[in-house]
Design a binder for this molecule. Structure first.
Ligand code: VGL
Ligand code: ZN
Length: 197
């Protein structure tokens, strides 16, 4: 059996982009890059999954209840919408996470519309290699990548398709180093294109 690859895009939502409730500097710069990845994966017939932060109105995740973050990505609100420039294929699988009282930093805590968890979906699809991009490098991307590695998947971090929150300066670089140390490979669009040829 060959490699079964899957593109996993984390939390490219309005609230994480400039002007949003938890806006990441230049967070929207990755949108055209991710669209190019989407196109490439679609062309090759590989599936595309996305996660979204999908919080209740009140959760210990928010500062108002003792957490670290301003209100963001409250489910069914405009801030929780995907960035309007992200060109998601109609058959994209959407995983919602953080919908209870948990932080939900990892997409492995998420579930699709039928209540299926990411790991079981990946096993069903026979996926071996994950290609991960999105927001934020130092939180949800990092937690998802580390969970995937711990579960035995090959993980490629799309270097040009991620951005960090940087609550503390240097958090993004630290997160990348940690993912690499645990076995993630760093790739850019040109390298992935070369690989897929
Ligand atoms: C995230 C902070 C709070 C993320 C989610 O998607 O990385 N960061 N909630
Ligand atoms: Zn959140």
């Amino acid at each position: 059996m060959g490699k079964e690859r899957l593109l996993l895009i984390i939390d490219v939502q309005k609230d994480f982009c400039p002007g949003g409730a938890l806006g990441i500097e230049n967070g929207d710069e990755i949108v055209p890059v991710l669209n190019a990845y989407i196109e490439l994966f679609m062309t090759k017939g590989y599936p595309v999954f996305v996660s979204r932060d999908w919080h209740p109105d009140e959760t210990p995740h928010f500062k108002s209840s003792g957490g670290d973050w301003p209100h963001h990505c409250v489910r069914e609100t405009a801030g929780a919408d995907f960035h309007p420039g992200l060109q998601l294929p109609s058959q994209t699988v959407i995983l919602s996470k953080g919908f209870g009282q948990e932080d939900g930093y990892s997409a492995f805590e998420g579930q699709d519309d039928n209540g299926k968890r990411l790991e079981s979906l990946l096993r069903t699809y026979g996926v071996s290699d994950l290609f991960v991009g999105g927001l934020a490098t130092d939180y949800c991307v990092k937690n998802t990548v580390l969970d995937a590695l711990a579960r035995g998947f090959t993980v490629n971090l799309l270097q040009d398709g991620v951005r960090g929150v940087e609550l503390q300066p240097g958090d993004t670089a630290k997160a990348v180093a940690q993912m690499q140390k645990e076995g993630a490979k760093l790739l850019t669009l040109d390298q992935v294109k070369g690989d897929f040829r």
